[in-house]
Design a protein around this ligand. Structure first.
Ligand SMILES: Nc1nc2c(ncn2[C@@H]2O[C@H](COP(=O)(O)OP(=O)(O)OP(=O)(O)O)[C@@H](O)[C@H]2O)c(=O)[nH]1
Ligand SMILES: [Mg+2]
Length: 213
């Protein structure tokens, strides 16, 4: 029997305000982009299924956090139950790149005793003329953090699918090889939902036959 989804992963999206977290999530879950996007208040929730192998789907629960400092006490509660995260900066805003280490330290402090698999994302790659961080520099930072790196644009739809796919596949591999285990008091990974078994035609009551009950 084919499962509707074999695992559910909870992912958190973090980074400075205005780097484009909500737009990236909206593009991924709703396939649209808007130039006007209100700052997130506290935490928003998105969800999507992705197919990891033919017939095998993973449900992603996506927590979109506010980058603004005043919401930090709310957002930090979401690290502990996340298995993966997108650590995002804006390629046209050097300060958002310089703040990455602070975001990572904050995550490490609040995810204990669990681990989060992160992907570093350089966002707004469509704004090539305004770029303030080179690909090489970002790749070196990702290496130092022990993460993969990708450049995305919600506006042009560049690498949006790929970023979530890379992170989901990384987590999936770690679940399969036992590096990440499902635990009762942790929401990071849940095992799948399988619909009720449908009786085969042989088991079904045939017309004219006596009811087995
Ligand atoms: N050019 C360009 N602009 C983008 C892109 N993604 C987002 N933006 C713009 O960046 C601004 C901020 O986007 P948001 O997604 O609201 O930023 P955020 O990171 O969610 O901000 P907070 O919720 O305050 O943490 C908006 O004006 C978006 O239109 C992109 O890929 N390219
Ligand atoms: Mg937002």
């Amino acid at each position: 029997m084919e499962a509707i989804w074999i695992y559910q992963f909870r992912l958190i999206v973090i980074g400075d305000s205005t780097v484009g977290k909500s737009c990236l999530l909206r593009r991924f879950t709703e396939g649209r982009f808007t130039d006007v996007s209100d700052p997130t208040v506290g935490v928003d929730f998105f969800a999507r299924l992705i197919e990891i192998e033919p017939g095998k789907r993973i449900k992603l629960q996506l927590w979109d956090t506010a980058g603004q400092e005043r919401f930090r006490s709310i957002t930090r509660a979401y690290y502990r139950n996340s298995v993966g995260g997108l650590l995002i900066f804006d390629l046209t805003n050097r300060r958002s790149f310089q703040h990455l280490k602070n975001w990572l330290d904050e995550a490490k402090m609040h995810m204990q005793p669990y681990q989060i698999v992160f992907l570093l994302v350089g966002h707004k790659c469509d704004l090539t003329n305004l770029r303030q961080v080179s690909r090489e520099e970002a790749e070196q930072t990702a290496l130092a953090f022990g993460m993969k790196y990708i450049e995305t644009s919600a506006k042009d739809g560049v690498n949006v699918e790929e970023s979530f796919n890379i992170l989901t596949r990384d987590i999936y591999e770690r679940v399969r090889n036992g590096d990440i285990t499902i635990q009762e008091d942790w929401e990071g990974v849940k095992s799948g939902f399988v619909p009720n078994v449908v009786h085969s035609s042989e088991e079904a009551v045939k017309p004219g036959r006596k009811c087995p009950c």
